[in-house]
Ligand binder design. Structure first.
Ligand SMILES: NC(=O)c1ccc[n+]([C@@H]2O[C@H](COP(=O)([O-])OP(=O)(O)OC[C@H]3O[C@@H](n4cnc5c(N)ncnc54)[C@H](O)[C@@H]3O)[C@@H](O)[C@H]2O)c1
Ligand SMILES: [Zn+2]
Ligand SMILES: [Zn+2]
Length: 363
């Protein structure tokens, strides 16, 4: 473990992972965040992690992220300070940070569409500084934080910041997975694997997992996938059609965020099926209406609202969802650039989810 000699209690700076444009990241000293609004909390991060969305940001796919932004929208930590109108949290509370900030009062929040909150949405590590740092400022702390019992494992809990609600809401629920369905999930990254874990709650007959990475496909099999296909040979569509006797799949979930995997979903969807796009896309894709106009399909795409988080947290607490098994690698915050390298080269490094511990801030 990396140790450092400075006293965090006296310091007004912190280490943070800063984005400086496509493919440029640096670990820098930045001022510690302070309370700006009465509804804010400052959280000392104990555990954070990287998301496929951070890799899209690095590719330049997410233009709302500007030069100088501290990345990260996933985290578990300890409340350090709260603004005067925060009612539910106090200094010292162990908390889960949701990727979604919501005021709880606007028209979209009232409809449960927290990701489109007029004052919030996906802000952390996007339009405000995020969690890949020693400290983070959480706006609307009463709605954006969840209290964690001391016994809940940080590494399991951090999967609830983004990946588990995303898999549940954008994949399983949008795809309307139901008993007996044949489901294909394209992308066996942490998000695709969270679709796999949550889809099983609805008893589909088959879950076919498709990726280029044999290590992640093996993880998928151990998590309950009934079939896996390595699509490197370009024949995934034919293989899925052969597996389904030419019918195609009831649900096709895109969990990568590129054109070819969206095309694959369109090629394998059965009449009456549901294509659920989960991936963050940086480029346009082709919609094959010349083939699909009469196929009675639905196509959904969305940002995660994280409204399923309390339910998923109860499932993790009760042991019904084993989220910790996604974790393949651990790093200290001081080595976060190595963590990015490992996650971005997941197949070579046999990585699934890389967890970052904040040893700097005294954990
Ligand atoms: N909609 C939302 O609210 C939301 C929230 C979180 C994440 N996401 C998105 O979900 C997606 C998955 O996230 P992740 O963390 O699992 O990312 P990841 O980068 O770890 O995983 C992507 C997987 O896709 C595979 N892949 C790449 N090219 C492929 C191809 N041509 N064919 C088959 N597989 C291919 C990779 O091998 C990898 O396993 C990303 O696009 C991410 O931005 C969306
Ligand atoms: Zn994410
Ligand atoms: Zn709102």
């Amino acid at each position: 473990m990396t140790t450092t000699t400075y006293d965090r209690n006296k310091s007004t700076t912190m280490k943070a992972l800063v984005y400086h444009g496509p493919n440029k990241l640096a670990l820098e000293d930045r001022p510690r965040p302070t309370i700006i609004e009465a509804t804010d909390a400052i959280v000392r991060i104990t555990t954070t992690t990287l998301c496929g969305t951070d890799l899209h940001i690095l590719k330049g796919d997410v233009p709302s992220v500007s030069d100088g932004r501290i990345l990260g929208h996933e985290g578990v930590g300890i409340v350090e300070e709260v603004g005067s109108s925060v009612l539910n949290f106090h200094k010292g509370d162990k908390v889960l940070i949701s990727l979604i900030t919501s005021c709880g009062r606007c028209s979209f929040c009232k409809k449960g569409m927290y990701s489109h909150c007029r004052e919030g949405g996906w802000l952390l590590g996007n339009s405000i500084d995020g969690t890949q740092a020693e400290y983070v400022r959480i706006p609307y702390a009463d709605t954006g934080l969840y209290r964690l019992p001391a016994e809940v494992d940080d590494e399991a809990a951090v999967m609830l910041s983004c990946n588990l609600p995303t898999g549940m809401e954008c994949g399983t629920l949008s795809g309307q997975v139901k008993p007996g369905d044949v489901v294909a999930i394209i992308g066996a990254g942490p998000v695709g694997l969270c679709v796999l874990l949550t889809a099983q709650l609805y008893s589909p007959a088959e879950i076919i997992m498709i990726d280029l990475d044999d290590n992640r496909l093996e993880a998928a099999r151990s998590f309950g996938a009934t079939k896996t296909i390595n699509s490197a040979d370009g024949k995934a569509a034919q293989k899925v059609m052969a597996l389904t006797e030419g019918a195609g799949v009831d649900v096709a979930i895109e969990a990568v965020g590129i054109g070819p995997t969206f095309d694959l979903c369109q090629a394998i969807i059965a009449p009456g099926g549901h294509i659920a796009n989960v991936g963050v896309h940086g480029k346009p894709v082709e919609l094959h209406l010349e083939k699909l106009w009469g196929a009675n399909i639905t196509l959904t795409t969305r940002l995660v609202d994280a409204g399923s988080t309390p339910m998923l947290l109860r499932m993790v607490e009760s042991g019904h969802l084993d989220a910790k098994k996604l974790v393949s690698h651990h790093f200290d915050l001081i080595d976060i650039l190595k963590a990015y390298d490992t996650f971005a080269n997941a197949a070579k490094q046999q990585a699934v989810k890389v967890v970052i511990k904040n040893a700097i801030a005294g954990n």
